[in-house]
Unconditional design. Structure first.
Length: 286
């Protein structure tokens, strides 16, 4: 009889432990889901990168991409991004595409916020696949209304505190018609070149061009979810080779930003949104 009671006590104890473990796991899962859904997408970080360059004085570039104003990203969140960029006092602000998400009509409200971006040498932009999937013309008109220069297979010489730079931008690789030769047609010999593009993987096609100093891209959102030892389990077309951060690509560097917004599922884990701030430093000072 005593053995039976002990067995019952053991069963009850084991059941309590099991239920406790399950309950703890459920609570932990809910906590993780809350963090990925509500917390990390709001953890805007500034990533600072310093690169030696043929400039006469430091040049500060703020790079922002993938705003995705829409069902998961509010105008207030983008206002916070704009305020953050302005506090960095950049010489140039560069925008990497995907300003809208499901409809280009949100560009009407977004333009009023982006018009507040301040940069000594101007604001430049390219378009992304979501911009083309909704309404290319409406998005481009909205950007131009803010005073930004939209570079679609085009480039121009930009005067900065460190001297002239060549800034080029490509059409979207997924749904547009990018033309690198056309974008570089106005290049002047000896000028360091910064190339804006939405998708990162085509950057490898230009690895041998010694004119390139820096290529900038977005599109991947860094994968939105990055798991330990695995990385990002889901990545978009044209964003599977270069996912996030700084890469050496031939003669140039490529930086892929994690971006600001999200798409379905609207979560981030181990991959917070970012504004990238580059400082081009005179090579002689390095």
């Amino acid at each position: 009889m005593a053995n039976v009671q002990n067995e019952r006590q053991t069963v009850r104890c084991t059941r309590r432990v099991f239920l406790g473990v399950c309950g703890g796991a459920a609570l932990g899962g809910l906590g993780l889901a809350h963090y990925a859904w509500q917390v990390e997408p709001q953890r805007l970080l500034v990533s600072e990168i310093s690169l030696p360059a043929p400039v006469g004085a430091p040049v500060r570039l703020a790079f922002v991409s993938d705003l995705h104003l829409g069902p998961y990203v509010t105008l207030a969140e983008i206002e916070r991004v704009v305020d953050t960029v302005n506090t960095l006092a950049p010489d140039l602000v560069l925008l990497g595409g995907d300003y809208v998400s499901r409809t280009a009509q949100t560009m009407l409200a977004l333009a009023g916020v982006l018009a507040r971006l301040a940069a000594r040498a101007g604001v430049y932009a390219v378009l992304g696949n979501h911009d083309l999937w909704t309404d290319r013309e409406l998005v481009q008109r909205g950007l131009e209304a803010t005073g930004a220069r939209v570079l679609v297979n085009a480039g121009e010489v930009v005067e900065t505190p460190g001297g002239p730079q060549y800034l080029a931008g490509l059409d979207d690789a997924w749904s547009g018609q990018p033309n690198y030769m056309r974008a570089m047609a106005a290049h002047r010999a000896g000028l360091p070149t910064i190339l804006l593009q939405h998708e990162p993987d085509p950057a490898a096609e230009r690895a041998d061009d010694a004119r390139l100093l820096l290529q900038l891209a977005g599109h991947t959102h860094g994968g939105q979810v990055r798991l330990p030892l695995i990385g990002a389990p889901v990545l978009p077309l044209y964003g599977r080779r270069y996912v996030a951060g700084l890469y050496a690509v031939g003669h140039s560097h490529l930086y892929v930003t994690r971006g600001i917004g999200v798409i379905t599922p609207p979560v981030r884990f181990n991959c917070p949104p970012e504004v990238a701030l580059f400082t081009l430093t005179p090579q002689a000072a390095v």
